[in-house]
Write a protein that binds this ligand. Structure first.
Ligand code: TRP
Ligand code: SF4
Length: 400
């Protein structure tokens, strides 16, 4: 009943680059084959910091989806959608805002950090303070189990878990919960009911996590549970009320080690990127003009790869044999820097070639992307509607 869904969002900020590919998208592509995945354009999130100059969010968002598709995100496996086109996210954020203590938001570390880092923007806004709650709504509305994010987002995940827990605690305690839960257990049949009771006792009295997992697996197998009974039983098993919202877990994405053209991490703000749709000549020019070990002034000066950003790219793109070739050639002045750079240029262009190919049909016919996004939004809306029905009802908003 609670599918193992994966959800992640990305702000539309312009052309994606190799850092996004190696840091995020490769991971999404792996996950889409394993789980039902939802990936969305976080356009409202972009407005929390860039409200003064929003730009054409529709266009930038659609372009970002083309980059996802180019990289290999597959719309027949994953659901791709745009946050603002599923306004239920905002409704859930509103409902959650009623019970979210202000202090929880003020204590999210990114709140003050980002205000300081982005000092050129006035971020003393309601929207910016509430941004982790919007993110929590993004996740909770799909009852997502796993959320692939970078280290910087872990506090937001922890916050979302606390919000879900508080919500279930406040609104999962319907009148007659125990009786309803027991009746639902009975309907599973004597044998399974007894087993579930034993597992619950083991978990509640001895904290036996394996027993809890077995209990959950038992419930997962139940084909004929109604949604309401499912929420009751999963909650009852854990000794709480109805489990209306599911606590998500962070799937920590290893920080991108993708080096940029200057040896710093690749990032738009450092201006050291190669975008996923870069033309081959531009890739060649960008790599050829990269700085190298400053000690190699003349071709005959030996160099030290550890002091050269090109070496960092070889670490990503070259096998051991070629790395040996670089290391020996550089330290003995056996090869020149342009010679050393050529295999990197070739490797990057080889990596980008299929992406260019996959992007082309979408660039030729923008309705293709529009349709993919429209389909994704429709599917997302359907999932969101289920959670919203339960969330509204549990808060007394039962206007059938
Ligand atoms: N806050 C994330 C970022 O800035 C983007 C995001 C918004 C997100 N909602 C999300 C990521 C939900 C994961 C899940 O990178
Ligand atoms: Fe860098 Fe290669 Fe030149 Fe050595 S030979 S300084 S590793 S570009």
């Amino acid at each position: 009943m609670y599918e193992t869904r994966v959800l992640s969002g990305m702000r539309p900020t312009g052309a994606l680059h190799l850092g996004h590919f190696h840091g995020v998208l490769k991971n999404w592509i792996r996950l889409q084959a394993e789980y039902p995945c939802l990936f969305f354009v976080a356009d409202w999130h972009a407005l929390t910091t860039d409200y003064e100059k929003p730009g054409d969010l529709q266009k930038v968002g659609a372009d970002m989806v083309i980059d996802w598709l180019a990289a290999g995100v597959d719309p027949s496996q994953a659901t791709l959608f745009v946050q603002s086109q599923v306004p239920e996210h905002a409704e859930l954020q509103l409902l959650l805002s009623m019970m979210t203590p202000l202090g929880w938001l003020e204590r999210v570390p990114t709140y003050r950090d980002q205000q300081q880092k982005l000092a050129d923007k006035d971020l003393t806004t309601y929207g910016f303070l509430g941004y982790p709650l919007l993110q929590a709504a993004d996740i909770l509305i799909y009852r997502a189990r796993y959320v692939p994010v970078g280290e910087d987002q872990v506090p937001h995940l922890e916050f979302a878990r606390e919000v879900a827990r508080r919500f279930n605690h406040l609104y999962g305690r319907e009148p007659g919960f125990e009786d309803k839960a027991k009746a639902a257990v009975k309907r599973m049949g004597t044998k399974k009911a007894r087993l579930l009771n034993e597992l619950r006792t083991k978990f509640l009295e001895q904290g036996d996590a394996a027993a809890l997992a077995r209990g959950q697996a038992l419930l997962d197998e139940q084909q004929n549970l109604s949604r309401g009974d499912g929420e009751r039983l999963y909650g009852w098993l854990e000794g709480t009320g109805k489990k209306i919202l599911v606590e998500p877990e962070a799937l920590l994405t290893e920080a991108s080690k993708m080096p940029g053209l200057d040896g710093q991490k690749m990032s738009k703000s450092y201006g050291n990127t190669i975008s996923l749709r870069e033309e081959p000549e531009v890739v060649a020019r960008k790599v050829r003009t990269m700085p190298t070990d400053p000690a190699r002034v003349k071709r005959t000066d030996p160099g030290n790869p550890e002091k050269c950003p090109v070496w960092e790219l070889h670490k990503v793109y070259s096998n051991q044999e070629r790395k040996d070739w670089v290391w020996n050639g550089c330290t003995t002045a056996g090869i020149g820097c342009l010679e050393c750079k050529q295999p990197v240029i070739d490797a990057i262009n080889l990596e980008l070639a299929p992406m260019r190919g996959r992007a082309q049909p979408y660039l030729d016919d923008p309705t293709l992307v529009k349709n993919i996004i429209a389909d994704g939004c429709e599917k997302a809306k359907r999932l969101a509607a289920e959670t919203m029905r339960d969330a509204r009802e549990s808060m007394g908003l039962n206007y059938a």
